[in-house]
Design a protein around this ligand. Structure first.
Ligand SMILES: NC(=O)c1ccc[n+]([C@@H]2O[C@H](COP(=O)([O-])OP(=O)(O)OC[C@H]3O[C@@H](n4cnc5c(N)ncnc54)[C@H](OP(=O)(O)O)[C@@H]3O)[C@@H](O)[C@H]2O)c1
Length: 328
């Protein structure tokens, strides 16, 4: 069995982290390809000590039966994904392009990985803030019904891609800001993406809709999303109302047994989760006057579990289900 793997958007933060994850997790790869835009023509990308030329993604340039990891914007994904599916590729896409398509599985392996069959031609990788939220909520929802969730995010600048990260560094060094450029350094930006007619910004809507789709439940998610001047690591303040009392010590033991979760009760910061794989649930506590309400923090590296690691974990389950000996 020959396994061909390609990363589309191999020159960006998520794409580069995907390459690291494929290496770190010894993902089986017999043939590797790297793709990016025409701007990257002539560049190379290193995978397992070998340099690969960056190619343009077309149905003609991809290997037959390749597994493609998408790390491009939604607009770009909408163009390259349909023809590559037609050519027989299996795609795990990290953009928002197909996440809410009812025919496309939106997967976090620890939460709904049982739905991966190994026959999909496209699986969507959720938004970074959604992945860590559902990873923490799902084990709790398995033992108590959730009535509603309130979440406020403190999202790292790397979540907006390398141009924003470079701009943060530039503002830190020079303190000069071009007119029309958002101030990232020493600031909080309380709206991520364009607002809808109700005033909900795009990131809040992703968090609301993706959470319900992955958990296959329909409870209100009150989301407020903000960009903070942290390079990597998203932090979320979460309040959950359950249908019956849920003592904090019981919730802690449930979370301690949950896959991919690390429980902390001592205060965790985004810097503590940078370059790590677990979703950290920190300071679980009951609201003083209502034992049906739990409050906690959820933190994760947005480039790893929030994007690249989750995509590679999806591919691991996909390959396993597709079965040994399959012709990929
Ligand atoms: N950053 C995060 O924490 C995070 C988490 C979850 C999901 N995501 C999603 O993952 C995707 C990538 O995120 P990012 O922030 O790392 O991206 P980014 O900095 O915006 O980079 C986009 C990548 O797409 C490539 N590209 C542009 N046009 C292309 C084309 N026509 N064909 C092939 N490749 C093309 C670019 O290549 P060039 O270098 O040649 O321009 C670059 O490698 C986005 O959809 C984002 O929403 C990001």
């Amino acid at each position: 069995m020959m396994i061909s793997v390609g990363v589309v958007g191999a020159t960006c933060l998520v794409g580069a982290t995907m390459i690291s994850m494929l290496q770190e997790r010894s993902f089986p790869v017999d043939h590797f390809q790297a793709f990016a835009s025409g701007e990257s023509r002539g560049k190379t990308v290193k995978f397992r000590n070998q340099n690969y030329p960056v190619e343009i993604i077309t149905p003609e340039t991809i290997c037959k039966g390749i597994i493609l990891f998408g790390a491009t914007s939604a607009e770009v994904a909408e163009k390259w994904i349909p023809p590559c599916i037609e050519s027989g590729a299996a795609i795990i896409d990290s953009s928002s392009a197909f996440r809410m398509n009812p025919d496309v599985l939106l997967a976090v392996p620890e939460v709904n990985g049982h739905l991966i069959t190994g026959t999909e031609n496209l699986i969507a990788n959720p938004n970074c803030s959604t992945i860590q939220l559902v990873a923490a909520l799902a084990p709790l929802a398995a033992v108590r019904n959730i009535r509603w969730v309130s979440v406020a995010t403190y999202q790292a600048v790397s979540g907006a891609g390398s141009p924003s990260l470079n701009e943060l560094s530039r503002q830190q060094d020079e303190m000069a800001i071009e007119p029309g450029t958002p101030r990232l350094h020493e600031n909080i930006i309380t709206s991520i993406g364009l607002p809808d007619t109700n005033g909900y910004c795009a990131e809040e809507l992703k968090l609301i809709h993706e959470t319900c789709k992955i958990m296959n439940l329909n409870f209100p998610v009150f989301a407020s999303t903000a960009r903070v001047p942290v390079r990597t690591g998203h932090t979320e303040a979460v309040v959950v109302k359950f249908s019956s009392p849920f003592p904090a010590d019981e919730a802690v033991s449930v979370l301690m047994d949950a896959p991919g979760i690390k429980v902390s009760q001592s205060g965790c910061s985004p810097i503590d989760v940078e370059n790590t794989d677990a979703v950290v649930v920190d300071r679980v506590r009951n609201y003083p006057d209502d034992p049906t309400i739990l409050q906690f923090w959820v933190l994760a590296d947005n480039l790893r579990k929030g994007a690249a690691l989750n995509a590679v974990q999806i591919a691991e389950v996909f390959l396993e289900r597709k079965g040994a000996g399959a012709n990929i």
